[in-house]
Write a protein that binds this ligand. Structure first.
Ligand SMILES: [Zn+2]
Length: 702
């Protein structure tokens, strides 16, 4: 989930005007009074604008058909062109007094589908006033949008009885008396107008007020969000600096979204009720009030805010659960699986997520960049840098150069190379462990070894943890600075070394080795070419369903072929293969390449290692097999009605190795990953033995 709106708006406006240097954007103040008729889909607005400075000539954008007129102030407005649903105007001031515009009309755009990869779509709208609700933002241009400015505002919205409007800042005034009012005095890069027949909930807190707006009364659900809001705002205020707005609101949208706006989040009805949202997307959206919604993203530079928000929300939650290493390994795997060489770009070129590859870079690699920076500087200095960056850049636009400046200030280190290489270069280095020697040294031994970067370009600046288990005593960690193609390390030990593991917690952004990560669905969904085989022996209705699933996954992926299983004499060895159906004649070959899974096609029975047998008439299994070089997938259903849902849902389960579903929806029941083995980054120097489970270094916030 993410805040996609801002990127789309920026993209729309970028087409219209070149972006100025945005260090000191002028601030336009709006005093808006709006009247909304949801049934008619119309809005009528009176907006008094105060424009800064001596400039007399302004360009503004407004939704087409709103026909603005100057009713107060000395100014002339004239149309100067159109761009899609937007109309451009020239506003000439004859004196520097405020100007009042009056305009109105209909804004109603349907939802548009955006495709983001195999089977993944989401919806957005250019803005709409409907009987169900109102969604208006800068891209709708429901207020006079002046490119390359920020805005402060006072907004009064008149609505039918029972309706409430939500926007940024302080509010909602007294909606019961017919009008919602919102005020924001900190400069904003957009003004949102969301409205609906909401039941409101409020809870005062030490840092801000928590608010919830639901479309149906549900006090228990509201309370969970009010409590979570207070907890997360305290967490991030303590970590980064004071929360910058008068409230934070959860607002229920009238279609499925996961948007983060300044001081509120707009989530769909289904999304709000997913239990895991409170620990995943919700902290992410709240944290965007620091990164993105109060420190803005410099439009001319890279979008650093998704990586930093991912790092301090999604990653931190997992780190607090002792699973930071799992999350980092997932990010490395996504990059390996989805970012082909020609699709790669540096994180400084990330603007917004539009598919798996851009997400793996802009969210994943970028989060790893911040993680490596933290490991370079230490937790205390890293946190001080975050605080400095926030204090210096609040309510202005910032880029990677400003981040670098803040971290240099607090650390006293020159981070020029580190930032330049990690933010401006593509690719990921490989790591390998060279010769390792153990020689007598005083009463103990000296362990020496060599780390190497395997590279296609110049070396990356790396700090690589090397974990050493000894025959006796606790394991030791050595941090090896690897800034050239290779670096030697040595460590004096009291006891003989037993095992060396390089980067055991996946602290370094790098290529993964076979064995470090199990095969999962993303190995199949991320592949550019492959084969999907549907079963000739299946009954007609099943065969048709499987074919449709295969065709829908193939769409837009010309490297994938769909074939009936009896048209082959052998399974290809050189590309991923999906097998469909219990009836698939290649199922035996698949079973032979699993890690001890028992599949009995005749009995429709399945048994995962160490688990009870599963009845294939009651569940739909989805399994992977093989290795990351040639991943295999198998899915089978008993009821053809389950196929369409699987086709849609599975691309969202890329990080899992095996799953089962029930019913025709179908609903996920079991999910998990095969165990990873040792890789060439692990070397045993003594007899193998069971080691106690390892805990990674402490979380940034315990
Ligand atoms: Zn985000």
């Amino acid at each position: 989930m993410s805040c996609v709106m801002k990127q789309l708006i920026l993209a729309t406006l970028a087409l219209l005007l070149p972006t100025l240097a945005d260090a000191t954007l002028p601030i336009v103040d709006h005093r808006i009074e709006a009247q909304i008729d949801p049934d008619q889909g119309t809005i009528a607005v009176r907006d008094t604008l105060t424009l800064p400075g001596e400039r007399t000539d302004w360009t503004l954008l407004l939704h087409a058909g709103l026909e603005p007129e100057v009713v107060a102030g000395e100014a002339v407005i004239t149309p100067s062109g159109t761009h899609g649903h937007l109309q451009r105007f020239r506003l000439r001031l004859e004196s520097p007094t405020p100007v009042t515009l009056v305009y109105g009309g209909r804004i109603q755009h349907g939802r548009e589908q955006i495709t983001e990869g195999v089977g993944r779509t989401r919806e957005w709208s250019r803005g709409s006033i409907e009987a169900d609700g109102v969604f208006l933002d800068g891209a709708s241009a429901w207020y006079p949008r002046i490119p390359d400015t920020l805005q402060t505002f006072e907004l009064k919205v008149n609505l039918p009885s029972g309706w409430t409007a939500v926007s940024q800042g302080a509010g909602p005034g007294d909606p019961a008396r017919g009008a919602s009012t919102w005020t924001e005095t900190h400069p904003q890069d957009d003004i949102y107008l969301i409205a609906g027949p909401f039941t409101p909930y409020h809870q005062a807190g030490p840092a801000t007020e928590a608010q919830v707006y639901l479309r149906q009364p549900d006090p228990a659900l509201a309370q969970r969000y009010l409590d979570a809001t207070q907890a997360y705002i305290k967490l991030y205020s303590d970590l980064i600096g004071p929360y910058p707005f008068a409230k934070f609101a959860l607002v229920e949208n009238f279609w499925e979204t996961g948007y983060g706006m300044p001081s509120f989040t707009l989530l769909g009805t289904r999304v709000i009720r997913l239990p895991f949202i409170l620990n995943t997307s919700y902290p992410h959206e709240i944290l965007h009030n620091w990164w993105g919604n109060s420190v803005y993203i410099e439009t001319s530079g890279g979008n650093w805010s998704e990586g930093l928000t991912n790092y301090l929300a999604d990653h931190l939650m997992r780190e607090q659960a002792g699973e930071g290493w799992v999350y980092r390994r997932e990010m490395l795997k996504r990059y390996a699986d989805y970012v082909a060489e020609q699709a790669d770009f540096p994180i400084s070129a990330f603007r917004g997520r539009h598919n798996e590859a851009s997400q793996a870079i802009g969210y994943g690699k970028s989060a790893m960049f911040f993680h490596m920076l933290r490991r370079q500087l230490g937790d205390e200095t890293f946190t001080a840098g975050l605080r400095r960056f926030y204090a210096d850049q609040r309510f202005s636009s910032a880029g990677f150069a400003d981040l670098r400046h803040a971290f240099e200030q607090v650390s006293g280190r020159d981070l020029g190379d580190f930032f330049a290489i990690w933010t401006e270069r593509v690719g990921a280095p490989g790591l390998s462990l060279g010769e390792v020697r153990v020689i007598p040294h005083g009463r103990g031994v000296l362990l020496t070894g060599r780390l190497e970067q395997t590279l296609t370009t110049a070396p990356f600046p790396l700090l690589v943890p090397v974990l050493v288990h000894q025959e006796q005593g606790p394991p030791l960690t050595l941090n090896v600075r690897l800034e050239a193609a290779e670096a030697d390390f040595s460590l004096a030990l009291d006891s003989a070394p037993l095992r060396i593991a390089v980067d055991p917690w996946f602290d370094v952004f790098r290529a993964l080795h076979p064995g470090e990560t199990p095969v999962t669905l993303s190995n199949l969904f991320g592949a550019e070419r492959g084969l999907i085989l549907y079963p000739a022996r299946a009954p007609e209705s099943l065969q048709r369903g499987y074919r449709q699933l295969a065709m829908s996954w193939q769409q837009g992926h010309p490297g994938w072929e769909v074939e009936r299983d009896d048209r082959l004499t052998a399974l290809p060895q050189d590309r991923p293969v999906w097998l469909l159906g219990w009836e698939n004649r290649w199922l035996e070959h698949f079973a032979a390449r699993t890690q001890g899974v028992q599949i009995e096609p005749a009995q429709r029975r399945l048994q995962l290692t160490g688990a009870a047998p599963l009845d294939g008439r009651a569940i739909s299994p989805v399994l992977t097999a093989g290795d990351v070089q040639q991943p295999l997938g198998w899915l089978a259903v008993d009821d053809p009605a389950a196929i369409a849902g699987l086709a849609r849902k599975l691309p969202h389960y890329g990080k899992y190795s095996y799953l089962t579903f029930t019913g025709s929806a179908p609903d996920n029941q079991i999910k998990g990953e095969w165990a990873a083995g040792d890789s060439q980054l692990v070397r045993w120097l003594g007899p193998r033995r069971e080691l106690p489970p390892l805990t990674e270094p402490p979380a940034l916030v315990p």
